[in-house]
Ligand binder design. Structure first.
Ligand code: SF4
Ligand code: SF4
Length: 104
């Protein structure tokens, strides 16, 4: 069995942010802007490949099933999400303090 990672189907992501507190590694964050031509009014959440360890804690948290598992071959050294090697611009989400999002 190979390693796993997750990806988000952007067309299915409404930007509800419900998945964000389910990631203990802060790998799920919203884009700073909505990509042109997107069908949803709110910007999507993306998986930061540099942060995601494939723990799959988030996988059942999406009401639209936009989050899905990606199988990796055994002994793969790089995430399949690392296409460009550069994470997209994302909003920061405060986790701590009275107004912090906390953890699910
Ligand atoms: S698989 Fe784990 S590390 Fe990756 S986005 Fe989901 S909860 Fe975060
Ligand atoms: S829970 Fe699903 S629809 Fe909501 S932001 Fe996360 S991936 Fe998008």
């Amino acid at each position: 069995m190979g390693q796993s990672m997750v990806a988000i189907t952007q067309a299915d992501c409404t930007g509800c942010d419900l998945c964000i507190p389910h990631c203990p590694f802060e790998a799920l964050l919203p884009l700073t802007s909505n990509p042109e031509g997107r069908q949803h009014k709110k910007r999507p959440v993306v998986v930061l490949a540099s942060q995601c360890v494939g723990c799959l804690s988030c996988i059942g948290s999406c009401p639209t099933k936009a989050l899905h598992e990606i199988e990796m071959p055994p002994l793969a050294l790089h995430s399949p999400l690392l296409v460009s090697g550069v994470d997209p611009d994302t909003e920061s989400i405060p986790r701590w303090g009275r107004k912090g999002l906390g953890w699910a």
